[in-house]
Design a protein. Structure first.
Length: 180
């Protein structure tokens, strides 16, 4: 677990604009600087360090008009194992932007166990998304969650018009079935 946290922190530190749940601006702590923090200045670290202020800031960012800011916020929320972040990410499955929806699905694959029934109630209907990219990401999330209630809806996607969705469905079915 410790190695995973170190690896996560390392990977996150390599992503431009992302690296510690404390927001900073030019090296000054968020509490010391009253200026708004731009999305590229937000730094994210793993969930154990998520404080109330950071969570609130991320929840505001998912309402930003810029889809790249929303994607960044969804990715960060996907590292926070709390019900408030789960609910917010679930709502992003209805975003107008396909990348926000896709990254919301990915995030739910990570934090969906916080409330698996809520997660499934949002992911399963979203399998009808018009974007094959989003459908594939939703199927991947369902495969990661390994809940047998997703088996039948995923089996239907073995006949999806898109090859990547069919391939992801085969992987997800295998992943769920071997976990049972």
């Amino acid at each position: 677990m410790k190695a995973a946290l170190v690896l996560t922190a390392l990977v996150i530190s390599l992503i431009p604009g992302v690296s510690s749940l404390a927001a900073t601006h030019n090296g000054v702590g968020a509490r010391d600087n009253l200026q708004p923090t731009s999305p590229s200045d937000i730094i994210i670290v793993p969930t154990e360090f998520a404080d109330k202020e950071t969570l609130e800031a991320l929840l505001l960012k998912i309402e930003d008009p810029d889809p790249f800011v929303r994607v960044e916020a969804v990715q960060a929320l996907g590292e926070i194992q709390k019900e408030q972040s789960l609910v917010a990410v679930c709502d992003c499955l209805n975003d107008e932007n396909i990348y926000v929806r896709a990254y919301a699905a990915e995030a739910l694959g990570k934090i969906g166990q916080v409330d698996i029934s809520l997660t499934l109630s949002k992911l399963l209907p979203a399998l009808d998304d018009p974007s094959p990219y989003v459908r594939a990401m939703i199927v991947a999330a369902l495969g990661e969650l390994q809940d047998k209630r997703a088996l039948d809806p995923i089996r239907k996607l073995l006949h999806d018009e898109d090859e990547s969705v069919r391939g992801m469905a085969a992987w997800a079915l295998n992943n769920i079935e071997k976990s049972q």
